[in-house]
Write a protein that binds this ligand. Structure first.
Ligand SMILES: O=C(O)CCC(=O)C(=O)O
Length: 332
């Protein structure tokens, strides 16, 4: 071995940045088969290298931001209402903005869609309005890919709507196929027409002129949406069937092992504490939604969702008269 292979260089930099001593890193490299002289040479180089100095500066900056989030989360934890979600009737919009939207509090509301024809949708009843031959895009082959959500573009598959509905009805429990927000199904004219069965919420929660702020979810029992956060505040309406949400406050982001975009590395149902030790510091609230329930998911709150039966849901981000979205979220 004349030069240290790139994967060892990544490992070395990661461990030095994590605060491991030079001796520990050197011993580990030697144990992994790197000649002692080469390990020492590379460590000396790394210690003096401007790339590592820049990474140290950025790490310290990130730690200062994370310290702020941890502190604010610690303060919120002293409020018994932080993780208490009580089912309520939908309040007037101005009160909702004040009590839930602005402080980023989760809300669970009943009776919000009793005036919608959609309140009575079932997977089969949708076929009375959408021709069975209509092609629809769904997420497919998810069970073979542990990162099916971040790789969602690779899992798109087109099916006839009638065949998809038959699969939803006939499958006892599966996470292998799911029509999700990613499939933008309501842009399909035939499915989009279903929105005629919906209306505004409360005294005018939604900006009905805004395009693209509504998403459809249809899946069998057993679907799982892994831990992630949204970049917008989200009104999630459960139309048919039941889902279990586990929500973790946005301020607990430093504990989420968030390496990519809006996703957590942690599988909430099998958290692997040795690999993801910070996750043990999170606190989750569990909420089960059923037909007619409206769940307010504030932007940035982490959530994991399990389908407990065949289900249909709609989610809305077109809230009336408010800016709805993260500020300066990085593209990469
Ligand atoms: O219903 C689901 O499976 C996921 C919903 C969700 O994560 C969302 O609306 O952001």
């Amino acid at each position: 071995m004349d030069a240290l292979p790139a994967h060892f260089q990544v490992w070395l930099a990661t461990n030095l940045l994590a605060g491991c001593s030079i001796d520990t890193v050197q011993a580990a490299l030697v144990q992994a088969g790197v000649p002692a002289e080469l390990a020492q040479q590379e460590l000396t180089l790394a210690q003096q290298h401007p790339y590592l100095a820049v990474a140290r500066t950025l790490k310290a900056k990130l730690e200062r931001r994370e310290s702020l989030l941890k502190t604010l989360d610690g303060l919120q934890r002293q409020d018994p209402g932080y993780l208490r979600v009580e089912r309520q009737p939908l309040p007037p919009y101005a009160e909702f903005l004040r009590r839930y939207f602005v402080p980023s509090r989760v809300g669970l509301f009943s009776g919000a869609i009793e005036h919608w024809a959609a309140r009575h949708w079932t997977p089969r009843s949708l076929l009375e309005q959408v021709p069975a031959a209509t092609p629809v895009e769904i997420q497919f082959d998810r069970e073979q890919d542990p990162r099916y959500e971040s790789n969602s573009a690779r899992h798109k598959r087109e099916l006839a709507f009638g065949d998809f509905i038959a699969m939803v009805e006939q499958t006892r429990a599966s996470n292998n196929f799911y029509l999700t927000a990613n499939n933008l199904a309501l842009r399909n004219t035939a499915l989009g027409a279903l929105l005629r069965d919906t209306a505004n919420l409360g005294d005018g929660y939604l900006d009905l002129r805004a395009q693209g702020g509504t998403h459809l979810w249809i899946g069998p029992s057993g679907v799982i949406t892994p831990l992630h956060h949204d970049l917008t505040h989200n009104l999630f309406v459960q139309i048919h069937g039941r889902k279990r949400f586990r929500l973790i406050p946005a301020l607990q982001a430093p504990y989420m092992h968030n390496e990519l975009h809006v996703y957590s590395e942690v599988d909430l149902l099998a958290p692997q504490p040795d690999t993801y030790p910070q996750f043990a510091r999170t606190t989750a609230v569990e909420i089960e939604v059923g037909p007619g329930d409206l769940l307010f998911i504030p932007a940035g709150w982490w959530h994991h969702v399990s389908g407990l039966s065949p289900s249909i849901s709609l989610s809305f981000t077109n809230l009336s008269g408010v800016a709805n979205g993260f500020v300066d979220f990085p593209v990469a």
